[in-house]
Design a protein around this ligand. Structure first.
Ligand code: TPP
Ligand code: MG
Length: 746
């Protein structure tokens, strides 16, 4: 489908006439080039030239050891310019990659701001000295903080576009509200916004690229994918990455797309391709895909020397297509600027850059004690004791009988329902979480509905609609990556990972994206999503791939809150805090505890909340402190009760409930009193979560200890299928009893 360029797309641009060029011979014949006026073309050249010379300046600064890394946008300027001229800053959304310097300049970022990033200045608006140069992120322009993992931006861009669409159809949801994360999260959306995402040819090999294409296509989202194909990924040529050597051919089967393949060193042709594609996306027809063939004249980065793998002849062929020279020749050939005009423009750019460089080198550097700033929200403290509320007792049933206590599964479901009612920004998605994707089956009452493999989300699609509760593809990175994009826009995705054992495809998003967005952008962006995960063993037959723990991998990730309740009431109270929180939360739900008799409770009401980082003393004691959480809590309680019955030993049992932050004060007070500590956890013994707790007790409470700090945990092996083997692997009540007894007698 072909779309004609809409002049209004340029309407929001600032005056394109470059300063100091008034005397030059801009043509006033009315001739345009794919809709671009001579004045716009002069401005285009100014931006492209600035981009190239800024790279040159940074390279020089790196050689002088005044900056510490350099990666250039050289050869990609024309395509950046074209996207910058067709999209609107602070209106559309941008997930660029490191070669998009010209795009950011065209959107309104300044060379000075870019140089602040290169020197790592405190006032760098992109990261405050935390990220490498060219990791763009300008809150005021809707350029979202970018990271280094190739391709992790793609699913986030998809989620961002979904966020825009969601707010357009739920405008009430965008309103501010007191008492939770919404107080600190401004939402803006435009009905016809486009989300731009770019990547290199090599990065199209990443699975997340294909997952993003699939969802954008399937949901007809206004995402503009731009593959900037310079023929290499560092030293690996495109034919090694891409079957047949051409990504356009491979993606051409995705429905709903507008496709363009263009010479990305030609600014006018690129502009035309972008204009057509942006118009298609803006009209809501679906996503766009632009495959731009560009060059990479400066090696991959300053740490690479391309002469090691590219012969001179090949590099010279590329150089003949240099977009800067091409544009210069074009302007002269068309009589838009003469040589004098070119020289004058270039001199002006050089002078401006010199001022920017001088200023950036003088900029204040970040103070070392600011390093911990913005790991978590500076606005909402989820550990505040003000969060704590008392459970509300349910009214007795009609026959006057007490309401039967509910399972953890019931209370999680009820909490989700009440929070969804309270906060329209919440959406729930994941594998099988909907009642039925074919909603007519529900409407016609032909089926009951599924609502999750553990039925935790049962009935929520029925109650809140298919745009708030829906199934994702079977792809965990897809779930978390989209959630990151949505939460960045101000939504509250509460997504589900079906089994902890299958969380790993999402690991790039969970380790390098979700918990880092706020910190790496120096509080420019945040994405407080909730990821619910069914975890743990003791299932009888769960075997290797339905029984794993591994929470320490996530408590080891700064920026991530990690919660692990052991009973129904705590699950309800902590899930509510997780949803209202301004930080990302990993909410771990033990499968074995979902329907356990232990820890059932009546629903505590729609405002029951428990602050993070507050342990619960399950039973007080004087002789030994047992510190644990999750499914080990009921087992430890059983062991402790037996020990007291048979030997009179009084165990103080502490349920941590929240693993990051955790309640050191309660642990310290208990161990200082009992002088003995046992740390128990379901994960493998070595390097498990309890190892850190044990180390800290040994370190800080050494003077209080009358015995070594002991641990009881799973064996350092996976859980096997046969129940005899499962029992042998996971810590049992008898193991806990034995360790408690030994420690009490030490
Ligand atoms: C997930 C991941 N793997 C490896 C790297 C290291 N790396 C950085 S850029 C790059 C090549 C990217 O090539 P391409 O996508 O073609 O983009 P180009 O740099 O050519 O523009 C690699 C391997 C990375 N940053 N992230
Ligand atoms: Mg490349």
């Amino acid at each position: 489908m072909l779309f004609i360029y809409n002049e209004n797309a340029m309407a929001t641009k600032t005056d394109p006439k470059p300063a100091g060029l008034k005397d030059d011979k801009s043509k006033s014949t009315g001739k345009t080039y794919e809709g671009l006026s001579p004045e716009q073309l002069i401005e285009a050249y100014r931006i492209m030239y600035t981009s190239r010379r800024l790279d040159d300046r940074e390279i020089l600064l790196k050689r002088q050891q005044k900056i510490f890394f350099q990666i250039s946008g050289a050869g990609h300027e024309a395509v950046g310019l074209a996207s910058g001229f067709t999209l609107k800053p602070a209106y559309d959304w941008f997930y660029p990659y490191y070669r998009d310097r010209a795009l950011c300049l065209a959107l309104g970022a300044t060379p000075y701001e870019m140089l602040l990033m290169a020197v790592g200045a405190a006032d760098d608006p992109q990261s405050g000295g935390r990220q490498m140069p060219s990791h763009w992120g300008f809150p005021k322009l809707n350029v979202v903080t970018q990271s280094s993992p190739t391709g992790s931006q793609v699913l986030q861009a998809v989620g961002c576009a979904e966020g825009g669409r969601y707010f357009a159809s739920h405008p009430q949801a965008a309103k501010k509200a007191d008492g939770d994360y919404r107080q600190f999260k401004d939402v803006k959306f435009e009905g016809d916004e486009v989300t731009y995402v770019s990547l290199g040819d090599g990065t199209t090999s990443e699975g997340e690229f294909w997952e993003g294409m699939n969802t954008a296509s399937n949901r007809k989202l206004p995402v503009l994918f731009v593959v900037q194909d310079n023929g290499y990924a560092i030293s690996v040529p495109v034919e090694v990455q891409t079957a047949g050597g051409n990504i356009s051919r491979l993606v051409s089967g995705f429905p709903n797309f507008h496709f363009e393949e263009v010479d990305g060193t030609d600014p006018v042709a690129s502009y035309a391709a972008f204009a057509r594609t942006v118009a298609y996306c803006r009209a809501g027809e679906g996503p766009g895909f632009i495959h731009a063939h560009v060059i990479r004249p400066y090696s991959h980065s300053l740490s690479d020397d391309e002469r090691l793998y590219r012969p001179d002849a090949e590099r010279e062929r590329d150089a003949a297509r240099d977009p800067i020279t091409r544009m210069q020749m074009f302007l002269i050939r068309e009589g838009i600027l003469d040589e004098k005009g070119i020289n004058k423009l270039e001199k002006q750019v050089e002078d401006d850059l010199q001022i920017a460089v001088d200023q950036a080198l003088e900029a204040a550097l970040p103070a070392p004690d600011t390093i911990m700033r913005y790991v978590y929200s500076p606005d909402l403290d989820p550990t505040s004791s003000a969060i704590q509320t008392e459970p509300v007792s349910p009214a007795p049933a009609a026959d006057g009988k007490k309401v039967a206590p509910k399972t953890m599964a019931d209370l999680i479901n009820a909490t989700l329902r009440d929070e969804m009612r309270r906060d329209e920004r919440i959406v729930i998605f994941g594998e099988d979480v909907a009642d039925a994707s074919r909603e007519q089956y529900l409407e016609e009452k032909l089926i009951k509905g599924k609502g999750g493999v553990f039925k935790l989300t049962y009935g929520l699609q029925h109650d809140f609609g298919s745009d708030r509760v829906f199934n994702s593809p079977l792809a965990e990175a897809n779930i978390v990556g989209r959630a990151v994009g949505m939460a960045t826009r101000g939504m509250k995705p509460v997504v589900e990972i079906q089994f902890f054992d299958y969380i790993w495809p999402a690991m790039m998003q969970l380790r390098n994206e979700l918990p880092l967005i706020r910190w790496r952008s120096n509080n420019g962006f945040s994405c407080p999503a909730v990821v619910r995960v069914a975890i743990g063993g003791y299932l009888t037959g769960g075997a290797i791939y339905h029984s794993q723990c591994g929470e320490s991998i996530f408590t080891h990730t700064p920026g991530m809150r990690v919660v692990f309740p052991s009973n129904a009431l705590d699950a309800a109270g902590l899930l509510r805090t997780a949803i209202r929180c301004d930080d990302p939360v990993l909410f771990l739900e033990h499968k074995r505890l979902y329907r356990e008799t232990f820890g059932r409770a009546p629903y505590p009401g729609p405002d029951y909340a428990i602050p993070f980082g507050k342990a619960k003393v399950v039973q007080p004691g004087t002789d030994l402190s047992v510190i644990t959480y999750g499914a080990v809590v009921p087992r430890a309680l059983q062991a402790a009760q037996k020990l007291e019955r048979e030997h009179g030993v009084k165990v103080e049992l502490i349920d941590l409930r929240c693993l990051n932050p955790f309640d050191w004060e309660t642990i310290a007070a208990s161990v200082s009193k009992t002088n003995r500590a046992l740390v128990a956890y379901e994960d493998s013994l070595s390097w498990g979560y309890g190892a850190e707790i044990a180390a800290r007790i040994a370190d800080e409470l050494f003077d209080h200890l009358d015995a070594p700090v002991r641990r009881v945990a799973a064996k350092d092996v996976f859980v096997a299928y046969q129940p005899i083997l499962e029992d042998a692997t996971l810590p049992q009540a008898e193991d806990l009893l034995r360790a408690m007894k030994e420690l009490s007698e030490y």
